[in-house]
Design a protein around this ligand. Structure first.
Ligand code: HMG
Ligand code: MG
Length: 305
């Protein structure tokens, strides 16, 4: 198996994780969570989201959180930005990178951002221009790249069409989201083969939700295809409230176990990462779903290869 030597983990827990939690997390706890994650060696943290607070009430304190975290110099602090109103708030709060987002499927796009795909493109283009004018990197998420809860299987051609548009706008990196965790490795391979015919592998990151337990298998396939950037969420928290049946992301600690075991370097320290997981578990008042935390609960420490 030909594998990359180094992988970057992009931690989306404070955003994708918390947006799907009903228990209200206090602003100071969100700040502490990000600070703990900053101590774990991660070099990318998606801190929050500047969507409409009515759509995601849990993250209504986005400006306060971003302004109060303790920033470490080698970490990119990013946030979700849907439109110019969101970008204004995000720039005020001092984001390093803006993450715009849309779907490959028409129905999920409409349910999630209240616009058709065609209506969304000029809105996102404005955000890219505005962010670039402030020298910010822009990441573009494409959701439902394999399956949509409303339309079923999504053909790679649809993903290619949206990828073309986002890269034409000047987006620096595309994160391909299996939003509802339906994909299997053969589908991931087909999707990436099609995209990599047109674009270099460095343009892509993968964002797997683990609804059916296929995320690590899909990540292994992506590694074989040369992908070196993966989104993950501490504790396996996460999900899109506007995608029926979407549950948690692949857990950062489970992904780290896989990568460590395969001898693929990351900058992340397992014990420090687990400090952040224990903290949020306590604040959420429930056991998180990751395998590593189940081992810690049973055996008192993480299982190291
Ligand atoms: P809309 O209602 O169509 O917005 O929502 P609008 O442009 O028609 O504006 C209506 C009003 O909202 C206006 O106020 C705007 O100013 C205000 P008024 O003039 O009537 O007083 N407004 C805002 N206020 C604050 N912040 C803003 C903002 N925008 C407009 N940013 C919108 C459109 C996109 C805002 C809405 O649909 C929305 O916020 N959707 C977000 C849903 C969401 O967060 N979903 C989860 C994240 S995506 C995800 O999880 C997938 C991902 O993880 C990848 C994967 O897993 O696939 C990324
Ligand atoms: Mg997601």
């Amino acid at each position: 198996m030909h594998l990359p030597k180094h992988v970057t983990l992009k931690e989306v827990g404070p955003r994708d994780g918390l947006q799907n939690e009903k228990v209200h997390i206090a602003t100071e706890d969100k700040i502490q969570l990000v600070n703990l994650l900053s101590q774990s060696g991660l070099n990318y943290i998606e801190v929050t989201s500047f969507v409409h607070p009515k759509w995601i009430p849990q993250l209504a304190d986005a400006v306060e959180v971003l302004q109060a975290i303790k920033r470490e110099k080698d970490i990119t602090y990013a946030a979700l930005v849907p439109n110019m109103r969101g970008l204004e708030r995000a720039l005020l709060a001092g984001i390093d990178e803006a993450s715009i987002f849309m779907s490959a499927s028409e129905s999920h796009n409409q349910k999630n951002i209240n616009k058709t795909i065609l209506e969304t493109l000029p809105i996102l283009k404005e955000v890219v221009i505005g962010a670039k004018a402030e020298n910010k990197h822009v990441r573009g998420y494409i959701s439902t790249v394999i399956g949509c809860p409303y339309e079923g299987y999504i053909h790679p051609e649809k993903v290619l069409q949206v990828t073309d548009k986002l890269l034409e706008m000047g987006v620096d990196e595309i994160s391909l989201g299996d939003t509802i965790g339906v994909g299997v490795p053969t589908q991931v391979e087909y999707l990436l083969e099609e995209l990599l015919k047109r674009y270099p592998v460095e343009k892509f990151a993968m964002h797997f939700h683990d609804t059916r337990g296929t995320a690590l298998a899909n990540i292994t396939k992506s590694l074989e295809m040369g992908i070196t950037k993966f989104d993950s969420s501490l504790g396996g928290l996460g999900g899109c409230p506007y995608a029926k049946g979407a549950t948690g992301n692949v857990a950062t600690e489970d992904l780290l176990y896989l990568l460590d075991g395969m001898g693929i370097a990351t900058s992340v320290n397992m014990e420090k990462l687990l400090d952040a997981v224990r903290f949020i578990e306590q604040r959420l008042g429930k056991d998180v779903a990751s395998k590593q935390m189940a081992i810690v609960r049973n055996e008192g420490s993480a299982n190291v290869t």
